[in-house]
Every structure is written in C-alpha cells, then in structure tokens.
Ligand binder design. Sequence first.
Ligand code: CMP
Length: 141
Amino acid sequence: AIERTLSIIKPDAVAKNVIGKIYSRFETNGLKVIAAKMAWLSAQEAGEFYAVHKARPFYADLVKFMTSGPVMIQVLEGEDAIAKNRDLMGATDPKKAAPGTIRADFAESIDANAVHGSDAPETAQVEIAFFFPAMNVYSGR
Ligand code: CMP
C-alpha cells in the first residue's frame, strides 16, 4: 500500500554535507519527498519527539546529540514507505548495517547514526503530525 513515513537526517549527516546523497537514495528507490524542513531542535522538542525512549539509558545522550546541530526533516511517500525506508537506512547500529545502506555508508556510531525513520504506521502518523501540519504536506503531484 502507499504509505507515508517520517524521516530525519540527523546532525552528523547534515554536518557531513550528505543531505543530497541521502535524498538521492530515497528518490531512486521510489520514495517521494512530500514535505521537508531544516530545523535546529530544542531539547524540549527532541525530548518530546523521542518520549517513547524516556526510560532508556541512552535517552539523555540521544536528546543531546539530536540538539547538537541542525537536522533535515521530511515526509516520504511511496509503496511500503515505512519498511522501504528502514531497509534503505539499515540497522540502527551502523556496525551491523548491511553494505550499501545509508547507515553503513554515512554513519559512525549507534548515536551518530545519520538517519531516523518511523518504525510502524501508528508511529509514522504521530511523528508526521509532530513536525508537519497537514497543510504543509504536498502529496501526489
Ligand atoms: P532512532 O531510529 O533515531 O531512534 C532512537 C535512537 O536512539 C536510535 O535511532 C539511536 O540513534 C539511538 N540509540 C542509542 N543507543 C541505542 C540503543 N542501545 N538501542 C536503540 N537505539 C539507540
């Protein structure tokens, strides 16, 4: 089915100047950018976005990293967009990511892992709504 997913190019990949290279992977694999913005997240925004991880030991470092520089946030649309984006990203830990995936090619560590992608339809919906009002999502054309 045609789905939408929320993608974030994290501060490490923005700093490396590979936004375009990562967008190319989306585009050549049938994922269309239908909303996008660059932002430098506050601790409150990053903390709220990652609220599901609040109890995890890595939460404080995650929020610190995600506020260390600007990020590029986009909605991707396409056939099986959620799973497809996760395939393109590769495993959360770049050391375990398959060759040719975004994290294998552009990420350094489990914290600085280049990209985020929604993991399920329910989280995609919540994450898209968190960053983009419906009027700023341009589907289909
Ligand atoms: P992301 O997909 O953005 O979701 C939560 C992030 O927490 C994850 O990518 C990693 O960058 C980071 N993280 C750090 N340590 C861990 C861990 N042990 N397990 C999962 N995610 C972790």
